[in-house]
Design a protein around this ligand. Sequence first.
Ligand SMILES: NC(=O)c1ccc[n+]([C@@H]2O[C@H](COP(=O)([O-])OP(=O)(O)OC[C@H]3O[C@@H](n4cnc5c(N)ncnc54)[C@H](OP(=O)(O)O)[C@@H]3O)[C@@H](O)[C@H]2O)c1
Length: 385
Amino acid sequence: MENIAILGSTGSIGCSSLEVIEKLSHRFRVVGLAAGRNTRLLEKQVEKFKPKIVSVEKKEEADELKKRFKDGSVRVTFSQEGAEEVAGFEENDIVVSAITGIDGLKPTLAALRTGKKIALANKESMVAAGPLIKSLVQEFGSPIIPVDSEHSGVFQCLAKENPESVQKVILTASGGPFFRKSAEEMKDVTLEEALNHPRWKMGKKVTVDSATLMNKGLELVEAHWLFGIEPKKLEVLIHPQSIVHSLVEMNDGSVLAQLSLTDMKVPIQYALTYPEREDSPLTSLDLSEIKSLEFFKPDVDKFPLLKLARLALEEGGSFPVVLNAANEVAVAAFLQKEIRFPEIAEIVSEAVENHQKKEVKDLDDILLVDRETRLVTRNLMERRS
Ligand SMILES: NC(=O)c1ccc[n+]([C@@H]2O[C@H](COP(=O)([O-])OP(=O)(O)OC[C@H]3O[C@@H](n4cnc5c(N)ncnc54)[C@H](OP(=O)(O)O)[C@@H]3O)[C@@H](O)[C@H]2O)c1
């Protein structure tokens, strides 16, 4: 039996991970769950999966849970330290890192320090702290298996390859709900339209990131740190069918690709069972039914955040931290209907363009730049209103 802790158990990735674990109950057991505010769902998950440790965001909610499970069968903790405790729980064999945003960083670092396998979904950590995460992997030996479908695809394509033979890594993007809209039409799109992703059912933040294509920008940075691929060898193609998740071009002209149905349970299961594979209950991919697979170059004038993310990656230092923090603030404001859709890109661009590059040597430096950027971005938004 392998023991699993899930950080972000009440989210889209967290719930899909639990579905995978349930189907593979001969092999996996849940020992830890970390959630935010959705204690009702967490309670049901505790009843069903009987973990030994759980955490929630707030003390009052932890106190409620303690009353509910007063037989002491589960240790209930709270706050970021609580999530870190779940991540570092000594019985873990695998940690699924799926808290959204920079809030997932410290728990992910705690998991990395255990030397156990990490199934990484929280891309924002990799964007803000790529070099730090890499150094912890070297120090503690935790293998990181990507959960993002594109990175899972690259990981599988690269499995038996010499990294020096790689010419190009191409991440695909569905294009999001506004791929076929003009820049003019995109000015008036609503929150509801932005959240109506054509292919994937995901949490709200990543869904909005998919609509601006910032998601793909964050994934470029993530791919750089996960696979050590130079930025100039990383490309993006819009592929509306979301069947081919990534392609890797080798120096002999061969192009390797990974295909699967549009279901996050596929890369989640792969990350959990790696290096083995297990049977999947999903229906198999029938290309004759899908018929056509289309690919387009992304329009970076219409989706400027993709270009900005590449710039931040190339600049390095504090720029990726600023990119991520400004984006988190702008997307949160859009989700609250405080700003319009095109303002996300305008505000993030302004925050990045106004930033003076700093060296980020450790976690304190990252968190300082993150905090400063959040203040700067909020001020930028206030000045507009
Ligand atoms: N969904 C996808 O298909 C997909 C694909 C690839 C990568 N990802 C990445 O995976 C991560 C999660 O995405 P998602 O779609 O699953 O998001 P989601 O549905 O919004 O779930 C986020 C999870 O994080 C928890 N959380 C948020 N803030 C927290 C905090 N301060 N402390 C503890 N827990 C906190 C939430 O708890 P509560 O709900 O209880 O508040 C929830 O369990 C993101 O980084 C995303 O980019 C997602």
